[in-house]
Design a protein around this ligand. Structure first.
Ligand SMILES: Cc1cc2nc3c(=O)[nH]c(=O)nc-3n(C[C@H](O)[C@H](O)[C@H](O)COP(=O)(O)OP(=O)(O)OC[C@H]3O[C@@H](n4cnc5c(N)ncnc54)[C@H](O)[C@@H]3O)c2cc1C
Length: 461
């Protein structure tokens, strides 16, 4: 292929692959619809080649070449996106960052770690733990996602109620713009010097350039953790507790409130018939905050169940096999939809989603796990079955359509942390409104030839 021969002139040719196995591996991410495509032998999102650079200079050479030849580029971290974000609908080159996986430095005085963008989360976390530190960024996909992917998807983790999402944890980054220009944002605790350029890349889903290196905050490992599970008889009671916890400024590192349907799974007890709240506290103020939170629970008739259910959950917190087992059957239907809404609207949105999604799955589970003073995330898990992979694909598309329409009608944001990808693309114009026009101007300025993850985030094709 002429383009590929051409590309091999600007980077070492062993970085470029057109092998079927590599093309196939980069034609499907973790989006359930893509899983169904693979099961049907369909390959609608097929790149022409995969480039695996070793450093930022190779990324730069590839993007400069792509800009000149107008070749579509799709960045790929570790492919754990659950939305089709790293799938190309326009062929071209996938740039796979997974070989850029080095830890550059650990700064124990200023509490920062710097790593190349393709560094896998659990490996980085283990390196830090060995020195007595942690990222405190704990997505369920820690062992299958990269630090660059976290930036590009604006990821968040299970400890966000105390430590925030990746937007709160990133200090600075290095990136390559679509024309091949290398940039570096200022490494500083804070600055009031105009636009913070790293913001451009948060949630950018590879549309503005490629992140090559990230400096993130680290924290000394906490030794004194306290856990408690508390049951409630209604979703409303627990949501009121979550709201009070944030109003009173308490900072549990773990907050997960499961509705009655998901509580059975969370408690690993099929006879459990209440909602359940999992709480975790740590640090010098942990004991006092635990006491204050338990008082709030008592005011809402919460019943203490002890630490064991939460400790058991902590031990399996990266396990996704329940959903994967269903999805791996050709007719299996499994989907996760995360959204966010204000406190005065979230219960209505929860009930509307439960009702609208009920006909589309055998089980519709719900939990609230990222809380803010203004509102909370809501995570729905759908489990069901269809006759075959084709019918399952159709059902998954219906699930997306129904859930996104409910959110838009209610004014909830259509994504809390999984991002947009292909799954939410049809709904983005309505969700973003006039902000999409501003974002599109930035896109045009940075990427005038529209090579970067073309068609994503609502930008013109
Ligand atoms: C089992 C499971 C659990 C999950 N749990 C969570 C969770 O708890 N929290 C959460 O936030 N997400 C979660 N996710 C979603 C996913 O893991 C995140 O979106 C993650 O941040 C993606 O990282 P990645 O390295 O796999 O990126 P990819 O999937 O490879 O790419 C995602 C997007 O980022 C772009 N991209 C990737 N790397 C770069 C780069 N270096 N520069 C520019 N663009 C880039 C891609 O083009 C694509 O648009 C989960 C996924 C799975 C499968």
């Amino acid at each position: 292929m002429a383009l590929i021969d051409d590309l091999a002139k600007v980077i070492p040719d062993d970085r470029v692959s057109v092998a079927d196995a590599d093309i196939s591996a980069h034609s499907y991410d973790a989006w359930p619809v893509a899983v169904k495509w693979r099961q049907q032998g369909l390959q609608p999102c097929k790149p022409d080649a995969v480039v695996t650079p070793r450093d930022a200079d190779e990324v730069s050479a590839t993007l400069k070449w792509a800009s000149e030849t107008r070749t579509p580029i799709t960045p790929w971290g570790l492919g754990s996106a659950v939305t089709g974000a790293c799938l190309t609908q326009y062929g071209g080159i996938v740039i796979d960052l997974s070989a850029m996986d080095q830890t550059v430095s650990i700064d124990e005085t200023n509490l920062m770690v710097t790593a190349q963008a393709g560094k896998r989360g659990d490996i980085l976390e283990a390196e830090l733990n060995a020195r007595g530190y942690t990222l405190n960024h704990s997505p369920q996909s820690l062992d299958r996602s990269s630090i660059g992917g976290w930036i590009a998807t604006r990821a968040t983790g299970q400890f966000s109620s105390r430590y925030g999402g990746i937007e709160d944890l990133v200090v600075s980054l290095k990136a390559v713009l679509p024309d091949g220009t290398l940039i570096e944002t200022k490494r500083t605790p804070r600055a009031a010097i105009g636009l913070d350029t790293k913001e451009l890349f948060l949630g950018s889903e590879g549309t503005f350039g490629i992140v090559t290196e990230v400096t993130a905050k680290i924290f000394p490992l906490s030794r004194n953790r306290i856990f408690e599970a508390v049951s409630f008889t209604s979703v409303e009671a627990g949501v009121a507790v979550l709201r009070s916890i944030t109003r009173e400024g308490l900072l549990p590192f773990l907050v997960r409130y499961y509705d009655e349907d998901e509580a059975r799974h969370a408690m690993k007890d099929t006879s459990f018939d209440n909602c359940v709240l999992f709480l975790g506290f740590e640090g010098a103020s942990g004991q006092a905050e635990y006491g204050a939170a338990l008082e709030i629970c008592a005011r809402h008739q919460g019943k203490k169940l002890g630490a064991a259910p939460v400790e058991a959950w902590m031990g399996r917190r990266y396990d996704f096999s329940g959903v994967e087992k269903v999805l791996n059957r050709p007719g299996g239907v499994a989907e996760t939809i995360e959204i966010v809404d204000f406190w005065d609207s979230i219960e209505g949105t929860y009930h509307a989603l439960k009702k609208a999604l009920a006909p589309l799955a055998d089980e519709v589970l719900g939990h609230f796990s990222h809380v803010y003073a203004q509102g909370t995330s809501l995570y729905m898990i759908l489990l069901g079955s269809a006759a075959d992979a084709k019918e399952a694909e159709q059902r998954l598309k219906e699930i997306w359509d129904v859930s996104m329409r409910v959110c838009l009608e209610r004014g909830a944001a259509v994504s809390h942390h999984h991002g947009v990808g292909l799954a939410r693309l049809p709904y983005i114009e309505k969700d973003l409104g006039s902000a999409l026009g501003v974002n599109s101007l930035v896109k045009q300025a940075l990427d005038p030839h529209n090579i970067m993850n073309r068609g994503k985030l609502g930008y013109a094709v």
